[in-house]
Design a protein around this ligand. Structure first.
Ligand code: IPD
Ligand code: CA
Ligand code: CA
Length: 255
């Protein structure tokens, strides 16, 4: 399964690069929530290919794919995680494919077609970046940590802006970045380049694959209040494990 799904993610990446070179057409799903023809083309391609090789599996895709399977397996897919970056030509976006069975992610693939970095995790077998095994960083304090987060598309109107947490964590760490692809942010926690990532208003396709990539690298994932992580949920706090409690403590402080 892993090889076939990786091939599909890589081929979807080629579609995205080609579309970017040819010029993309942009539409608005919301004020700052964008979608492009490339998002739709890449999702259609991924669904078509997954159906060929895994006909019994279900599919849940950001751009509308809803296929009920006849087995316990469900692919949770984001054809472009980081659409705003993609639409601006900022080379930080990814194809994210997670395979969920029950309430567990069993396979996770996140591919950055611009840097050509492909992160692949299988439950119980570790995580690999272009074939090289990854593990999380060993930093033990927030003070020595670099993190990322993200903000909701309805930041202008919601009370859950994440700005208070951003301020608090920024003040005690080496910095909090906001890079624009939750799936890739999780991969950077897995690779040890970052110590942590949290975000509250997410969708399953943003986090399913990346959550397994973090845990297979030895990291920890929970909800932002410390509760059990669900791949079909809407939030994640992911760290190297060492700084998890310190980060959760700050995330609990409301603005
Ligand atoms: C978004 C990215 C971003 C996160 C947003 C997501 P999209 O996904 O993961 O980093 O901050 O909450 O919606 O819309 O580019 O697929
Ligand atoms: Ca996404
Ligand atoms: Ca997307």
């Amino acid at each position: 399964m892993i090889d076939q799904a990786t091939k599909i993610a890589l081929a979807a990446g080629v579609i995205l690069r080609e579309k970017l070179e040819a010029g993309v057409s942009i539409e608005h799903k919301g004020r700052i929530d964008l979608v492009t023809d490339a998002d739709r083309a890449a999702e259609a391609f991924i669904v078509q290919e997954l159906r060929k090789v895994f006909p019994s599996h279900g599919i849940l895709g950001e751009e509308g794919a809803r296929i009920e399977g006849t087995s316990d397996y469900l692919w949770v897919i984001d054809p472009v995680d980081g659409t705003t970056n993609f639409a601006h030509g900022f080379p930080y976006f990814s194809v994210s494919l997670g395979l969920v069975k029950g309430d567990e992610v069993v396979l996770g693939i996140v591919h950055n077609p611009m840097s050509q970095e492909c992160f692949v995790a299988e439950r119980g077998s570790g995580v690999f970046l272009n074939g090289q095994k990854l593990s999380v960083s060993k930093q033990t304090t927030l003070e020595a940590s670099l993190l990322t987060t993200g903000f909701p598309y309805d930041i202008a109107t919601t009370d859950e802006t994440n700005l208070k947490s951003f301020e608090l964590v920024n003040k005690v760490s080496q910095g909090v970045r906001c890079l624009g692809s939750a799936a890739l942010d999780l991969c950077h926690v897995a690779s040890g380049r970052l110590e942590g990532f949290w975000e509250r208003s997410l969708q399953p396709w943003d986090i399913a694959a990346g959550s397994l990539i973090v845990t297979e690298a030895g990291g920890q994932v929970t909800r932002c209040n410390g509760g059990s992580f669900s791949p079909l949920g809407h939030e994640i706090c992911a760290t190297n494990g060492q700084i998890h409690q310190e980060l959760l403590h700050l995330l609990a402080i409301k603005g």
